[in-house]
Design a protein around this ligand. Structure first.
Ligand SMILES: [Zn+2]
Length: 71
């Protein structure tokens, strides 16, 4: 059955390519243009590798910064 797999994908369920375990969201501190931004990113609970979503790496940080200025 693919049901579990689909559910996994909805949660952004990625697996560590090295350990083959599901990644868990972990709050990670980024520094961006002089701001410190805490963002939850998938992280391997076994080897501790952090996976940066492509959208985050490629410009979504601008939105994060705008949200911060809004508050
Ligand atoms: Zn791992």
């Amino acid at each position: 059955m693919d049901t579990d797999k689909d559910k996994d994908a909805e949660r952004g369920g990625w697996r560590c390519g090295t350990c083959d375990v599901p990644l868990e969201p972990r709050k990670t501190l980024f520094r961006y243009l002089g701001h410190s931004v805490t963002h939850e990113v998938p992280c391997c609970p076994r080897c501790g590798r952090v996976f940066i979503p492509q959208e985050l790496a490629e410009g979504k940080m601008e939105e994060v910064e705008m949200q911060l200025e809004d508050k």
